[in-house]
Design a protein. Sequence first.
Length: 314
Amino acid sequence: MRPCTFMKGLIKIRMKTENESRIKILSVIALITTAAIWGSAFAVMKNSVAIIPPTYLLALRFTIATAGLILAFSKHVKTIGKSDLICGSILGFFLFISYFFQTYGLAYTTASKNAFITTLYVILVPYLHWILNKKKPSNSQIKAAVIAVAGLALLSLERDLSVNIGDFLTLICGAFFACHIVFIDRYTVDHDPVKLTVIQMAVASILSWIVAPVLEGKLDVTVITGSTLIGLLYLGIFSTMISYLLQNVGQKNLSPNTSSIILSFEAVFGLIFSVLILGEVVTLKIAAGCILMFLSVLLTEYKRKNRSKTDPSN
């Protein structure tokens, strides 16, 4: 082999490695942005969405997200195929079930317990990924998930640790969120993330509109005033359309284990916005929870760097 040919080969390898690193960094930023938007929704939407019945709220936010995606990505929509429809519909079903049980679980338990139990998907994802995608989690990934759950507990849980029906409903929600994350990893390998996002939003919207009248009767549209409409637009465009588009695109280049931990930072951002907007006080317990959350991410990142040459999924 000529020296110049050898050098050209090395340069191509280096450029490919650098591009992969940039893509992974952008993917992490996409998921962090998603977590930040979800976290901000707790504080921004606390009052404006309380007057709309839960399932109708889901129907409206998913409808707004679907309409926005179709307008923004009309070219992608025109080329949606049968396989895209099947995979996107499965994701949409998981998404609807997750939000449905989370919403009704909140009616019977505290907001802090609801937030914590929902984010238990962090510990479920590595094992579901192993069972469904045949990819065994590393010891570091399991440790990182456990540390993240401990951090979430410090951030979310108060003295009341009793278990009720709301906690059980919320646990079902967390399980389906875990399935959603794992199946995104499976489907984005061969499918356009944008198409999957459009379809899953549409399916979640249809399911919500079917269920809402059965459970909650007719929607009183007069409750949707100016301030409520602003809240709905925020939920539909930012917290749903943009967030899930970023999640689907970001997860294409990261393992579901790493993705789940980054997305669980929703709780950390929720705290930050609560402090900035609602004036809540940061306690030593909350600070310790944040530190554990950051340690869990560092642990997954450390493992990914050490295994990147042999296992690109990490």
